[in-house]
Each structure stands twice: as C-alpha cells, then as structure tokens.
Design a protein around this ligand. Structure first.
Ligand SMILES: [Zn+2]
Ligand SMILES: [Zn+2]
Length: 380
C-alpha cells in the first residue's frame, strides 16, 4: 500500500504537541496547531470549536457513499513530566502522558495521505475530540448541533497500549473497555454534643455499612460479566472531639464490562444508600461524575481491522478479557457501528499516566497504516 506523508514534518508536529500540552477543555493552542498543520492538505471542510475546542476535518468523495469517522483526542494530563529530552513539556504540571500527542499525529499523517488519494465516494471525517480524560468531550461533540451534518456511518479510534509489542494491533469483539462512573453520596444528619450522641443523628454507622455493602455489591447481583465497586474516598464530620458528626460523604467508582450490568449495579448502589439513610434517619444527595458507557466493538468492524492488519503484515493480538479502564469513545460506539483498537507501544515502556511516559514515535506509521486501510476499504 502506498501511503504518502512527510515523516520528518510529522515527527516535528508530534514533538511540538508534546512540548505544549493542554488540559481537558482548554486545548485551544493544540487545536490551532492541528488546524495549521492540516490546512495545507486542503480538506473540503473544517469545523472549528466543535463541542468546545474540538476540530473536525472533512474530505468529500465525488460519488455518494458512507461517512467514515476517525477520532483522536486533544487533551493532556495534570502530571509533571520527569523526562529530560529537549522536547519535554514546557507547560508546568501538564504533560502528554496518555500519548494523545501520538494519536493526533497519526491522524495528521492520515490527513496528508488522504489529501494525495482523496475519497472516491462518501466522506471521511477526522475528528480531533477535546476532553477525553474527564469523559466529557465525546458527549460535548455529539451534542453540538453541527455534529448533525457529520452523522457518521462508521466510527474508528485507537489507543496506544504499553505492555504490548510496538506496533501490534490489539483487537477484541464486544466490550473493549469497561463502563465506569463516579458516585458521590452525601449523607446529612444532625450534630450533637459528643457526650450526648442520642440527641443527634450521626451518619457514622450508615457510612461504614454503606462502605461494607459497596465492597460486596457485585457478588450479590446476577451479573453477566465482571463488575467492581471501589470506594475511593470517605469523610465523616469534622475533627472536633466534643461533637457527634452530622455529615458524611462516601465516594465510589462503579465499573462493569456490560452496560446492562452497570444499570443493575447503579440501582442496587442507590437502593443501598437509600436503605441505610432511612434506617439511621439521614437525608441523602446522590450525584454522578465521569460517566463512561462500555466501549462495545462491532463484530464486522473488528473483522475489517483484522483484514487490514493482515494485509499490512501487522502483528495482531486477540485480547481475551476486556480492559478495566474506560474510554469516552464509548459514546460513539453506543450510537454508531465501529471499533476502538489498541496499538502496542512496546513491552518495556512506562505505563500510561506515568510521569515518564512518552509516545513511541516508531508506532506512528503502524497507526496511520491501520486507519488508511479502513479508509480505503470504505471510500476508495
Ligand atoms: Zn488517559
Ligand atoms: Zn488516553
């Protein structure tokens, strides 16, 4: 397969992106860097500020056909980089530790390759999505009115994966990455003198029973697959030895491989909190943050990825179990057929979100080849 793009320029872009990372929702300069890089590739349309700071770049074919969307992510993390190479992060306390600088560069190379071999039919959309790390960006893009003119038929994305051979293509049908959501429980009672706890309503016992119940919760349900509730934070009253507490907080992360299991887990967790609050005469307030559905891959889309990888002579690894982490690309796979796949970033690299992680540049070409193969299948 002949794929044309300027490797030297692409490496330069990757390192520039790495030097100027931005946090979720604030990817203004990153989007501009990408826009400037892609403009010479003469796309037919660019949609700016999509879902906030996002950017969609569109190439149209001459004949009618499907719309294929490739998605990457713009944001970096609030982590201080510990690497000392010349292109290390210049933004204090912010760094590309999830390799999104690599994902963006792969799509920039893809854009250049497409500009030389434009689609014969249909349309290709390169979506640079904001705010992946906090789980908000995909929904913001999908809810943006201008996304309606995109309305894809197929969606694809990749994530670099430390621990797998560099450039390997990691595939799984069905659930690729777990559903997860953060649950915040606020328990309101009433303070009293510590010498007269009977005159107040302390949330202490309710809090400890809720923590205990959460830990066992998945085992008490008839679930299809793996699920987990992890208590991540709890707080009771104030540090005042003369006072019986009147307030508590319990926060937990719910996780499951299937979206229907998540529904069961959610309603049981809510009922558990409600039951204990009623028993101890407490008011409650429950809220949810960082809600990610499960990323469920379409079988045909995974078959296509396998054919592309095989044609490219790329190393395919079939995953036996889903990943326990979540990805907000799930909001796309919930609505459109498609797949998220892994691109191995080497067996001995640091893990994602480690302070010394750096996207390995030798796998850029592997990512571009995968996407380009999918593009050719649908649109050439
Ligand atoms: Zn990440
Ligand atoms: Zn990531």
């Amino acid at each position: 397969m002949d794929i044309h793009y300027n490797k030297g320029k692409l490496l330069e872009l990757r390192r520039t992106l790495h030097q100027y990372p931005e946090l979720s929702g604030k990817e203004y300069n990153t989007a501009k860097l990408i826009r400037d890089y892609l403009t010479p590739h003469q796309p037919d349309q660019m949609i700016d500020q999509l879902g906030g700071t996002g950017l969609a770049v569109i190439y149209e074919g001459e004949e009618a056909g499907p719309t294929v969307l490739f998605r990457c992510d713009l944001d970096a993390l609030p982590i201080q980089e510990t690497n000392t190479f010349p292109y290390r992060s210049k933004n204090d306390g912010v760094a590309h530790k999830c390799g999104h600088d690599g994902h963006m560069s792969i799509m920039a190379g893809l854009s250049e390759a497409i500009s030389f071999h434009r689609p014969r039919r249909g349309r290709v959309v390169l979506l640079y999505q904001p705010s992946e790390e906090n789980g908000q960006g995909a929904l913001q893009v999908l809810e943006d009115e201008r996304f309606r003119q995109i309305s894809p038929d197929y969606v694809f994305a990749l994530h670099n994966l430390p621990g797998y051979p560099a450039g390997s293509v990691v595939l799984k049908k069905g659930t690729f990455a777990a559903a997860s959501k953060g649950m915040i429980n606020k328990l309101y009672g009433m303070t009293s003198h510590a010498g007269e706890p009977e005159n107040g309503r302390s949330p202490a016992l309710a809090m400890s029973r809720i923590i205990d119940a959460f830990t066992h919760l998945p085992r008490q349900l008839a679930l299809e697959d793996f699920a987990l509730v992890t208590v991540i934070h709890a707080r009771l009253g104030e540090i005042a030895f003369g006072t019986t507490p009147g307030y508590a907080e319990v926060m937990a992360t719910l996780r499951s491989y299937s979206n229907s299991d998540m529904e069961q887990l959610t309603s049981r967790a809510v009922a558990t909190v409600g039951g204990h609050c009623e028993k101890y005469g407490l008011d409650r307030e429950i809220s949810w943050v960082e809600v990610f559905p499960a990323t469920v891959n379409d079988g045909d889309a995974v078959d296509l990825l396998r054919r592309v990888a095989t044609t490219n002579k790329q190393h395919v690894i079939d995953m036996e179990e889903s990943f326990r982490w979540s990805e907000d690309f799930s909001n796309f796979t919930e609505r459109y057929p498609g797949a998220l796949f892994g691109l191995g970033s080497g067996e001995h690299t640091p893990q994602l979100h480690n302070p010394d992680y750096d996207f390995p540049e030798e796998i850029l070409d592997h990512g571009i080849k995968m996407f380009y193969g999918v593009y050719r299948h649908y649109l050439k």
